[in-house]
Design a protein around this ligand. Sequence first.
Ligand code: PMP
Length: 436
Amino acid sequence: MSNDDLFTRAKLSIPGGVNSPVRAFGSVGGTPRFLVKASGAMVTDADGTEYVDLVGSWGPAILGHAHRDVVRAVQDAAARGLSFGASTPAETELAELVKERVSALGVSPIEKLRLVSTGTEATMTAIRLARGFTGRDLLVKFAGHYHGHSDGLLAEAGSGLATLAMPASAGVPAAIAAQTLVLPYNDLDALRAVFAERGDQIAAVITEAAAANMGVLAPDRGFNAALHELAHEHGALVILDEVLTGFRVSSSGYWGLSLADGPLYTPDLFTFGKVIGGGMPLAALGGRADIMDYLAPQGPVYQAGTLSGNPVAVAAGLATLERATPAVYERLDEASAVLSEAVSDALSREGVAHVVQRAGNLFSFVFAEERPRNYAEAQAQESWRYAPFFHAMLHGGVSLPPSVFEAWFVSAAHDERILSRIIEALPAAARAAASA
Ligand code: PMP
């Protein structure tokens, strides 16, 4: 069956024909590709067409798709049993590995870790934990940040809501939405004002370590540190959401990277997803032991999961993290630098106003003259230029994220040959963007 036929058929049985909204090509138009195979930097669709992939399963595929060792680890684990509903030795190994990796400048902020299945669960649980620990209800989040789809987090969220221009989701009770205070990103004055007014009711500030769900939009230098200082002064916790950045931009995430050239700050809780599961459903929350011990069975905050710490997923995560070596991060940094520069050159040649947005090896492009610092500014770009750019790249054999509000993901399999294939497709795409 062709992509077109598959999409028509899917729409009869699956809402919108997709199981996650951004896959539907909503903002770029056209028929989404139904993928049947992925290997290294390449994906193959149902029509048998191969594309260089810059989606990378939205982050997990850091080593490239279907890395041989990871697949073997998954096969071995599966052969020993798909799920036990009991503890396994590998879960502790993974927790120890995360603790060891997330340390920088002599600080090791993860003392305990709990495994869950999705990033949504990780942030949802971290927030409940922060509320249980502090005895407070309010949560502060930033406009354009995406932390999964639990009720309290869908106000002015990025990712699919940015793509579909949805300010919030229907189905969230007003009383729940009222517990979330949404502030503009990179705005310390707004944060100071909200703490001055309601500081004793705020349980936590949740922030993407570097925003990457309204396109990539890194925090201003020192913003994360100042945010921590302010929250801690008022007895609130900070949840650093590294679901997307964790183990991707460095072995200790964006937190480790930002400490290299900025002031020290210590999050109370971290959330992880994507790379930690190497492509299988696995995510985690971790942090200070006194806070983490508030989780059941030790503490009063309840959280559970039939498939939490699933042995096949843990095997994929362990195999991936063990192979995410310094050489892999060097490769990702290099690929990201070469590629972002090539795209920028191609757009400049056609006179298309744009800014390259970076957070470590994550990058995306904004069709604007100036670097946006928050969601409102990111939304004000000439976003209509992205659809023709995207389709010209797809026509040229390159699969980009189907939204201007998403990061581009390279992997260790994006070698010189693969990069050349992408670069070849750029002139036509830049011309398409220019004439939009
Ligand atoms: N937090 C961030 C920063 C994310 O990017 C995402 C997913 N893109 C999530 C949380 C939610 O993760 P999941 O899709 O696994 O629920």
